[in-house]
Design a protein around this ligand. Structure first.
Ligand code: NAD
Length: 496
């Protein structure tokens, strides 16, 4: 069993009160780690370390070259430790080992991307009037609290960490209470990175109250959060007290729209893995499948046949395609939604229960579940379930598809499957979502912005937009009449 500690000012330290909590392997119920339940004293120490590194340290003023080298060194160490980190991720989160390894390597790639961006930060200069010369400098926002969930604990931490460090910010990272060990272990590669001062990167483990303490702290300048919409709203309200910068990546209920001319079997794969990847615990999960009526019956029967072949298993089982849900509580929530769907009159087409036989009975495994003939007013059509539960809708034409797609409070992602390019572009323009995939699903690149419309969030991560979230714009205006001889300049222009 791992003994986690907080990472503050470049030191691994115990929590101030000595209170600890367990993280659990969701496939077996076994305890994986104990971690400090950090309170106000731990948060104050971590914020003070980040504040000192920002206000008095070199990091915010180090050039892009120094910052890029440090972030790239971290990326390289992530790669060197990828197998060990992937195994821990699988033990603590439950996902298949191949997916864990992919997540760690992808995180290293994201870090490399932001290392490159660190060298591109530049401002502007202009002469807005004859007298004035203006400079616009881009400066780091300051001390950032990074609060992350458990579903992609490594990659979602690095999305924030690498962008914040590239901008010159210092950070305090707060992992989910379900995945403290993997996130704190992921911070060990920062130990001794050349050019990175102690205190630039800090991490504290704990529950919601630890995160709330960070959000309240007056010396934190920005909160970058990924998690549920409910928590996002409370963070935004709490951050208003000290008017902090806030960026929020929240929940989703993404439509996956299959037109009758969709490319097959790609669209079928997209429908299955759009929802069931990571056991449905993906913010962009294609949890609402919209199928055009001409192909509805055939498509749904092929979908059920494919779903029945999904191999659910423990993450170290080489054949497993999806693992358990993260916790007993999350499993209970998902099973309750399945009961709600049945009670609302949706047709349960497959799955619908916990796996209670064989070795999986001791973990939090739920069968891949499909509901047909779902009505837009049902709770399973409107609310984020965050589990392996798909709601299928029938639609007539483009108009009806767009109307169903937009009829939820969320706007994180969507997909359109068709071979008609005009239709693909027209429908994607009308969908209110931060990402629209055409004839694919779940494809993200470090280069392109990711974020939500409506109640799916505020701000963007990844890409240049992701870096911008950690930068201020400062205007420095110089009266240049003593610097440049304006009268002589005018004289030359008028030919005197
Ligand atoms: P959650 O909101 O319960 O918790 C997320 C993090 O916030 C955890 O670290 C938690 O301890 C902390 N937290 C909880 N309450 C807090 C508070 N009041 N103040 C400060 N911090 C607080 O979410 P979760 O269950 O860990 O993750 C699942 C949710 O995350 C889903 O809704 C999913 O859609 C969302 N998510 C969104 C994205 C995205 O990029 N849009 C990506 C992954 C997950």
């Amino acid at each position: 069993m791992l003994q986690c500690q907080n990472y503050i000012g470049g030191q691994w330290v115990a929590g101030a009160t000595g209170e600890l909590f367990d993280s659990i392997n969701p496939a077996t119920g076994e305890v994986i780690s104990v971690a400090p339940r950090s309170g106000p004293e731990d948060v104050a120490r971590a914020v003070a370390a980040a504040r000192a590194a920002f206000d008095a340290g070199d990091w915010p003023r180090a050039g892009g070259k120094v910052r890029a080298a440090a972030i790239r060194c971290f990326a390289q160490r992530l790669r060197e430790h990828s197998q060990r980190l992937a195994e821990l991720l699988t033990r603590e989160n439950g996902k298949p080992l191949g997916a864990s390894l992919g997540e760690v390597l992808y995180a290293a790639d994201v870090a490399d991307y932001f290392a490159g961006l660190a060298r591109t930060i530049s401002g502007e200069a202009s002469r807005p009037s004859g007298q004035a010369v203006s400079f616009v400098f881009r400066e780091p926002v300051g001390v950032c609290a990074l609060i992350v969930p458990w579903n992609f604990p490594v990659s979602l931490s690095v999305w924030k960490l690498a962008a914040a460090l590239a901008a010159g910010c210092t950070v305090v990272l707060k992992p989910s209470e379900h995945t403290p060990a993997i996130v704190m272990e992921m911070l060990t590669p920062f130990d001794g990175v050349a050019g990175l001062p102690k205190g630039a990167v800090n991490g504290v483990t704990g529950f919601a109250d630890t995160g709330a303490e960070l959000v309240r702290h007056p010396d934190v300048d920005k909160v970058a959060f990924t998690g549920s919409t409910r928590t996002g709203k409370s963070i935004m309200a709490a951050a208003a007290e000290t008017l902090k910068h806030v960026s929020l990546e929240c929940g989703g209920k993404s439509p996956n729209i299959v037109f009758a001319d969709a490319p097959m079997p790609k669209a079928l794969d997209g429908a299955v893995w759009g929802i069931f990847r990571n056991s449905g615990q993906v913010c962009t999960a294609g949890s609402r499948l919209l199928v055009q009526e001409a192909i509805y019956d055939d498509f749904v029967s092929a979908l059920l046949e494919r779903t029945a072949r999904i191999k659910v298993g423990e993450g170290f089982d080489g054949d497993a395609q999806i693992g358990p849900l993260i916790s007993e509580e999350q499993m209970a929530r998902v099973l309750e939604y399945i009961e709600v769907g049945k009670a609302e009159g949706a047709r349960l087409l497959c799955g619908g229960g916990r796996i209670t036989t064989g070795p999986l009975a001791k973990g939090y495994f739920v069968e891949p579940t499909v509901f047909g003939e779902v009505d837009g007013r049902m709770r399973i059509a409107q609310e984020e379930i965050f589990g392996p539960v798909l709601s299928v809708f029938r639609f007539r034409d483009d108009e009806e598809a767009v109307s169903i797609a937009n009829d939820v409070p969320y706007g994180l992602a969507a997909a359109v499957w068709t071979q008609d390019l005009n239709r693909a572009m027209q429908v994607s323009e009308r969908i209110k979502a931060g990402t629209v995939w055409l004839n694919t699903y779940h494809l993200l690149h470090p280069e392109h912005p990711f974020g939500g419309y409506k109640q799916s969030g505020l701000g963007r991560e990844l890409g240049r937009h992701g870096l911008e979230e950690y930068l201020e714009a400062k205007h420095v205006c110089l009266d240049s009449s003593d610097v440049f001889d304006i009268s002589r300049d005018r004289g030359r222009k008028s030919g005197k």
